[in-house]
Each structure stands twice: as C-alpha cells, then as structure tokens.
Ligand binder design. Structure first.
Ligand code: NAP
Ligand code: HSE
Length: 428
C-alpha cells in the first residue's frame, strides 16, 4: 500500500484553514483519486491560541515556519503565509534545501524570486506548484502547462484582481465614486492589508508575470510590466465609457512581439457585451490564445477560502499521484530573458478632457491630434453649466507614443481645462 503524502502547512489564515478543511472533509475522496492518503503532519502560524474554526489538535504545532519546513515527517511544504520576503521565502528555501516539494499560493514570492527558486527546486529534483497563486480557483496554470502544451501561445489576457473588478463594477452599477466603492470593498474585507497591492495593480501584475513565464517560456519579469492601477479611474470615465458601449476593467495583457515581451496591466475599455465586459464583482477571467486552439476563456472565483484552497489541493493531488513538471512548464535554465517591449501595438484610445467652451478650442485639440498622426473615430461633447465643456474622443487605432505626444501638446494649450485622461480600448 502506498505511503501517505504528509503535508506541513505554514499559514492558517483564509487559505490555510480552507486547505485543512478540505483535507479533513474529503479524506476518502482524495485517497480514492490519488491512491494515497493525504495527511497533515504539522501546521504553523503566529498565534497558537487563535480560534480558526477548524480542529488542529491532530497536528503538531510549529511556531517557526522554517522549522516546519525541515521536519522529517513532512513530504510537501504548503506555504500559505504570503509576502515576497520574510518567513515565506525563508521557509520555502528551507523546504527545498531539505528535499521537500512545495505548494504555494504566493504570487508575490514567485513573481519576484520565481526564477531563482525554480532553479533551486529543479537542481534538487523538487517541485514548486502554484495553481492558487493566479486567479484563485481557476485552474489556469494547469490549462497552460498541460491542456494547451501543444500550442504556441500568442496572447494571454485577463482580469485577475477581484477587488479591483468589484470596485469598478460597483462604480458602474451603483454610481459610486472610486472612494465610496473602495470603502465598501474594504468594509467587506476584500482589500489586502496593503491596499496598493490591489488598487495599484501590483497583485494582478504578479499574476500576469507568472502567466507570461509559462505562456512564452520567459523568466518571470514583474519589473517589465507597464503597470497602472485603478486609483485614477473617475466616475465620469465609468459613465462616459458606458455611454459609448464600453466598461472599464483592470486588464492584463501579455504577448510576444518582434521587439520582445510586452506585458501591461492597466485600466482599459472593453466592449460592454464582450465576455470581459460582462464580468461582474470579484470574479476573474483569463483569456488564452493559442495558434492551434484559437481562444480559450476561463472564468471563475479569483479568491476566497474555498476557491483558493481548491487550487492548492489540485496541486497536492498531483504530487500525491507522482505527477511533476518543471516549475514554469519547461526547465528554468531554458527560460528566455526576453527583452522588455513597451506596448507599441496600435489600439483605439478613449480620451476625456475638459475644454474651454469658446470658438476654436475643439479645432486646436483636433489639430494637435492630427499633427501627432492620431485620427478621430468618434467625438462627443456633453452639456455643462460653466465655461468648461466635457469632451470625449475615441480615436482610430494608433500607437501609445502618438497619444502621449498629443496629450503633452494638449496640456500646453490654453484651452484644456482638465488634464486629459487616455485609456486604451481592447476589442476582444
Ligand atoms: P491570511 O489570512 O492573512 O493568513 C496568513 C497566515 O500566515 C496567518 O495564519 C498568519 O498567522 C500566518 N503567518 C504570518 N506570519 C507567519 C510566520 N512568520 N510564520 C507562520 N505563519 C505566519 O492570508 P491568506 O489570505 O490566507 O493568504 C495566504 C497566501 O495565499 C498569500 O500568499 C496570498 O497572496 C495567497 N492568496 C490568497 C487568496 C485569498 O483569497 N485570501 C487568494 C489567492 C492567493 P496568524 O493567523 O497566527 O496571524
Ligand atoms: N487581492 C486579491 C484579489 C486576492 O482581489 O483578487 C486573490 O489573489
């Protein structure tokens, strides 16, 4: 009879307690599926006295996650502490050095140190699995590394931060300002302890860096992402976008171009009726395009106890079955250090600005756009109560650099009363 697979779980917060619950509740089902009993040997968190709503009496307790990672009765170290430095990193390194496999939900750790950790793991013949790190309960890592392995991946896109999508959805549906929607999300416990991770696009950027590495065979490069959060999305933009048939989403896009790897995580307009436009609340969506398969759309819960623990357990089950792959789907030593490419692929842009309501103001703006080589597709001017008129422009496809040139020139005129906002439009 096969030996049980023994887990050491460090971190007993939302995800860690969820994993303990699944191991206890589905013991028979997990054994039937993997052919081995999945057992927990030891757990670790900071506060032993905290009631976590789950029975931990059967497991040894370690206050030090590194000591847990080194225990002889642990085969797989499950890291659910979080953070790209500190105890999570130290314990994962200790686990690999002690010859353990690692399962983690920690996108920050892998986005920042994934290359080095993958090289260490593969040199030691160990695995690092991280399904839960990207898009919560959606099995997107498995889809990319296994189901789509026969494709050259041409593009990966997605909405990968539920908190941002919740805030943007509430602004649109309830007419809340950004500040009001943020306060609501915070009150519901959706926002990370450091809110910048969510609203600054960093959390979603970490996830995109991991998907890019697998999709394009490149080293994870978080620093190469053009990153912009949702803090500057105004209710006026949400309303104007809706008026023109669009919704605003924090959208990640990664693709290889002739110049290198293009990665961006930015608020973008998407058609309201598109799958991404229809995405509500905290749900995530990842869109993968491959040369053989075409387009695959994966949608599901991007966070929370059950969905994230579900993804952790998928990885644990693979290890129990003896199924292992290189960390990023191909040996870490073969991952390409692709040059960083700024997104120059042309796209239509949405521009919103305040213009002095006097003869020639619009003509000046139109001339600036023309001089920058930007062609206007649609334009709207809204009613107003003072001397400044809100104006919206949708351009034809153009390079971001041309838009930047035009914005700079507009800001230097005496007719623009409110700094122009420019958002890319993605037709998916
Ligand atoms: P959490 O609720 O804040 O739990 C963190 C746990 O780590 C707590 O149990 C805490 O102990 C423990 N901890 C902190 N420092 C420690 C140390 N030095 N040694 C041992 N344990 C320590 O976090 P979470 O939401 O479960 O997230 C865990 C990981 O999953 C993070 O990497 C996160 O990014 C990722 N993730 C979370 C979600 C989600 O929906 N929550 C979704 C996807 C990925 P105490 O309880 O004693 O304070
Ligand atoms: N803060 C993240 C989100 C948690 O809102 O999607 C899941 O990674």
């Amino acid at each position: 009879m096969a030996q049980p697979l023994r887990l050491g779980i460090a971190g007993l917060g939302t995800v860690g307690t969820g994993v303990v619950k699944i191991v206890r509740k589905h013991a028979a089902l997990l054994e039937a599926r993997t052919g081995r009993r999945i057992a927990i040997s030891a757990v670790s968190a900071r506060d032993r006295a905290k009631d976590r709503g789950v029975n931990l009496n059967d497991y040894a307790w370690e206050t030090d996650a590194v000591a847990l990672a080194r225990r002889d009765d642990v085969d797989v170290f499950v890291e659910l502490i979080g953070g790209d430095e500190g105890p999570a990193k130290a314990a994962v390194e200790a686990a690999l050095a002690a010859g353990k496999d690692v399962v983690t939900a920690n996108k920050a750790l892998l986005a920042m140190h994934g290359q080095a950790l993958a090289e260490t793991a593969e040199a030691a013949g160990r695995a690092i699995r991280f399904e839960a790190a990207v898009a919560g309960g959606i099995p997107v890592i498995k889809a990319l590394t296994e189901g789509l392995a026969g494709n050259e991946i041409t593009r990966v896109m997605g909405v990968m931060n539920g908190t941002c999508n919740y805030i943007l959805t509430r602004m649109e549906k309830a007419g809340l300002t950004y500040e009001e929607a943020f306060a609501e999300a915070d009150g519901l416990g959706y926002v990370e302890a450091d809110p910048t991770l969510d609203v600054g696009g960093i959390d979603a950027g970490h996830k995109l860096a991991l998907l890019s590495a697998i999709a394009f065979g490149t080293r994870p490069d978080f620093g190469g992402i053009e990153l912009e959060g949702i803090e500057r999305v105004a209710i006026e933009d949400i309303r104007a976008a809706a008026d023109m048939g669009y919704r605003i989403k924090l959208l990640g896009v990664a693709q290889r171009t002739g110049r290198g790897l293009e990665q961006r995580m930015q608020p973008c307009l998407v058609p309201s009726k598109s799958p991404l436009g229809q995405l509500q609340g905290g749900t995530n969506m990842v869109v993968i395009e491959g040369d053989a398969v075409g387009q695959v759309v994966l949608r599901g819960p991007g966070a929370g106890e059950g969905p994230t623990a579900s993804a952790v357990m998928g990885d644990v089950c693979d290890l129990a079955r003896g199924f292992r792959l290189p960390v990023f789907g191909q040996p870490a030593a073969t991952l390409d250090a692709a040059p960083r490419a700024r997104s120059e692929l042309p796209a239509p842009f949405y521009l919103r600005m305040g213009l002095l309501d006097k003869p020639g103001a619009l003509a000046k703006v139109a001339a600036i756009l023309g001089n920058a080589g930007v062609s206007i597709d649609r334009m709207r001017q809204y009613g107003h109560a003072d001397t400044s008129a809100p104006v919206l422009i949708v351009t034809h496809r153009t390079a971001r650099s041309a838009i930047d040139t035009a914005l700079e020139a507009m800001s230097a005129t005496d007719v623009v009363t409110e700094a122009p906002v420019a958002l890319r439009i993605e037709h998916l």
